[in-house]
Design a protein around this ligand. Structure first.
Ligand code: TYD
Length: 210
């Protein structure tokens, strides 16, 4: 039996960009069109990776060594890709993932100054080279995004607690990635209405899925 491989769609963006809303909307609209869809997130997605998530985002470990942090995100990703994402793609499903490798490049590579290339290589090793078919970047000014995120989450996690300069670096890292590979990325201004954003996403995914 020859099952056609599924498609891997990733959402990226800074804090408070509204990714969760758009992930849910895209999943619902693809399911309504008859696709089998798996929604997942990073760090997390499997029991083991969710346990790593608890640890790596816990404000209790505010001084965690940046290399340890990068390795934990990569460890969670290795588990997530092998146990959930690859099997789902192999069985023809569409996988929608909230954050992936570009978050590591942005937060650990640039934000923590560990180097974009080094972090990309580490992630490449963790994933066996898996790349998204399409990455949707919800771009937002971090001043606006952090204020929005603060309204939703009473207690900021370790990343949200970083200063504005850190979040500006993160934003520029996402935009750089999109700039380098315009065919595999779509940058969407996240301060538009949720309906307008959802329409842009629908157009891009329709063209991806044919
Ligand atoms: P989450 O609550 O999912 O944030 P958001 O709702 O903004 O997506 O927390 C994930 C946090 O982890 C977020 O601040 C980004 C950070 N992160 C990294 O620093 N590196 C990574 O590789 C990933 C996947 C996430």
């Amino acid at each position: 039996m020859n099952i056609q491989r599924g498609a891997f769609i990733v959402f990226e963006g800074g804090e408070g960009a509204g990714k969760s809303t758009q992930v849910a909307r895209l999943a619902a609209s693809l399911r309504a069109s008859g696709y089998e869809v798996v929604v997942t997130r990073e760090p997390g997605g499997t029991a083991g990776a969710e346990a790593i998530r608890e640890l790596v985002l816990d404000p209790e470990y505010s001084g965690l060594n940046p290399r340890a942090e990068a390795l934990l995100f990569a460890a969670a990703r290795a588990e997530h890709v092998s146990a959930l994402i690859e099997p789902a793609l192999a069985s023809g499903k569409i996988v929608i993932c909230d954050r992936f490798v570009d978050s590591s490049v942005a937060y650990q590579g640039l934000g923590r100054d560990l180097g974009a290339e080094r972090i990309r290589e580490l992630s490449h090793w963790a994933t066996g080279g898996l790349l998204p078919d399409l990455t949707l970047i919800l771009d937002i000014d971090p001043t606006v995004g952090l204020a929005r995120a603060g309204q939703v989450n009473a207690a900021p996690d370790r990343m949200e607690s970083e200063n504005l300069g850190f979040h500006e670096m993160v934003r520029s890292a996402f935009l750089m990635a999109a700039n380098e590979h315009p065919r595999r990325y779509l940058v969407i201004e996240a301060d538009q209405s949720p309906d307008v954003i959802a329409n842009s996403i629908a157009t891009a995914t329709t063209s991806l899925l044919g």
